[in-house]
Design a protein around this ligand. Structure first.
Ligand code: ADP
Length: 484
């Protein structure tokens, strides 16, 4: 695959391209199109003068003053012809095109104005006449020229007769060639400054964006090699800082996952080894000592095999739940009966542990959910209450009616869980007490399985706990109508 261009070069490329475009635009507008712009502006100016005169042509008193003002303000030269041959002039007569026109030329403009709907603009090239030994030679003067605007005012009434008046306005165009060559020199300097600025700007941006990114990338490489304590320091811009914060967070999380993986291997191998040792030990004993070959010892082997099966099943179940490969079979079920059945399963264990269990409820309630999965959650909560509760103490199960919902609580009076560990216990293989104690039914992922099941049901769940006072695990289900 082609290696992408580095950001450093891209930034330089973009800024340089921007400068080149800017320079080209400046060049085009300042040199190539300058005379065209100038001509357009001047033409509009002269047309505005004609319109202003046309508008105040009936103002006999002020007309002469208006003409003078317009001529002065717009560097224009004005000639108003009315009543066939009456003239009002304004503007400097020295360089005035319209004041020096012959009668034929005036007639020509009149005709052109009539032909062009009352308004006609012309660019008149000046001619220069040289005296030579062969006689006078007339040449076009390419530098200077005039713009002449001929406008007809139709509805005027200056003399009482309704004759049209002809407004002639001319404006001298000074050559822009000298200006253009000055601008060209200036543009040369501007171009040089633009290139220098592009280089400075791109190196500035590189140091503020690219350098921190390179630093982050180097730290990520260290992280990839398994050093989770690496620190990501991204100065510069907010986005870069956010990226380094995210990377720091990711490294903390990776460290946790790695720790969990180690715990898993340690816990699972511990949990596997104990029953396996028991099975092989009892097996050997029964093989070597005929008097030990009895039903009691065989039961130990069977119990340990069951424990192994339960552990492996839990692991498989959890991975399926996590991969969202489990479809819930949600329907109304008798929750109160389900709780009572679950409690029955623990009668023997409770007796052995000298624990008293009570179930507080106000009658039968039906709930919506996957009954076998909810029983799995109850199993976990109850077995944890037995395992972590105070021995010789009691366990209380509560079924609380909450209008549309029903809340189930499992309370024990054991050691409780420290407040800062309350969130972590729902994580895989997390143990408050790192000293691995063998839980009769626990695989270390019981609560993670319960969490996945309750999350699939999209219901509220949680735990309250106080150190030395015990814990209360709960979940809430939607009530349902009993099925007949
Ligand atoms: P296991 O019980 O097999 O270790 P769980 O996922 O069921 O796994 O529980 C995770 C951890 O949460 C336990 O190791 C324990 O530290 C803590 N815990 C769970 N239930 C209780 C409880 N009722 N009282 C105190 N701690 C508990």
């Amino acid at each position: 695959m082609k290696k992408p261009i580095s950001l450093r070069w891209k930034i330089l490329f973009y800024i340089l391209s921007f400068s080149v475009v800017l320079f080209a635009l400046l060049w085009l507008f300042q040199t190539v199109f300058l005379d065209r712009f100038y001509e357009n502006i001047r033409q509009n100016q002269i047309q505005r003068v004609s319109s202003a005169i046309s508008a105040s042509i009936n103002d006999e008193e002020n007309l002469a003053t208006i003409l003078q003002e317009q001529a002065q303000n717009n560097e224009a030269c004005i000639r108003l012809i009315y009543n066939s041959n009456q003239n009002i002039l304004a503007g400097n007569p020295l360089s005035c095109k319209v004041q020096n026109l012959s009668q034929d030329e005036v007639n020509r403009y009149l005709t052109l104005a009539i032909e062009n709907n009352g308004s006609y603009t012309e660019k008149t090239i000046d001619t220069v006449t040289y005296q030579t030994i062969f006689g006078p030679i007339t040449r076009k003067n390419s530098e200077d020229y005039d713009l002449v605007q001929a406008t007809l005012a139709w509805t005027i009434d200056i003399t009482g007769t309704k004759l049209p008046a002809l407004i002639l306005v001319s404006g001298r165009m000074t050559p822009v060639n000298a200006t253009i060559s000055t601008l060209k020199i200036q543009l040369f300097y501007i171009g040089a400054i633009l290139i220098i600025m592009a280089l400075v700007l791109s190196s500035l941006m590189t140091s503020r964006i690219v350098k921190p990114l390179e630093k982050i990338s180097a730290s990520a490489m260290i992280l990839a090699h398994g050093d989770y304590d690496v620190q990501f320091n991204g100065g510069g811009y907010r986005e870069v800082k956010e990226l380094s914060d995210t990377m720091n967070y990711a490294s903390v999380k990776l460290k946790e996952v790695d720790q969990m993986r180690r715990d898993l291997i340690a816990n699972v191998s511990h949990d596997l080894r104990t029953p396996l040792t028991m099975i092989s030990g009892y097996g050997e004993m029964m093989r070597d000592l005929p008097e030990e070959n009895n039903a009691e010892n065989a039961q130990v082997i069977i119990d340990e095999c069951r424990r192994l099966t339960a552990l492996v099943n839990d692991l498989l179940d959890f991975s399926k739940l996590q991969a969202k490969q489990v479809a819930l079979n949600q329907r109304p079920f008798n929750l109160t009966a389900c709780i009572e059945t679950t409690i029955q399963l623990y009668r023997k264990t409770l007796k052995k542990e000298k624990l008293a269990i009570s179930f507080e409820h106000d009658g039968e309630v039906w709930a919506l959910g996957d009954e076998s999965r909810i029983q799995q959650v109850l199993n976990n909560f109850i077995s944890n209450a037995i395992h972590y509760g105070a021995s010789g103490g009691r366990i209380i199960l509560r079924q609380k009616d909450e209008k549309e919902n029903v809340r189930i609580e499992v309370q024990d009076f054991g050691e409780g869980i420290p407040a800062d560990k309350l969130d972590s216990i729902w994580d895989r293989y997390y143990k408050v007490d790192k000293q691995h104690v063998r839980n009769e039914s626990g695989s270390g992922i019981g609560l993670s399985i319960a969490k996945e099941i309750l999350m699939l049901h999209q219901v509220d769940y949680g735990v309250y706990s106080q150190k030395q006072a015990g814990s209360t695990f709960y979940f809430v289900l939607k009530k349902a109508r009993p099925e007949v």
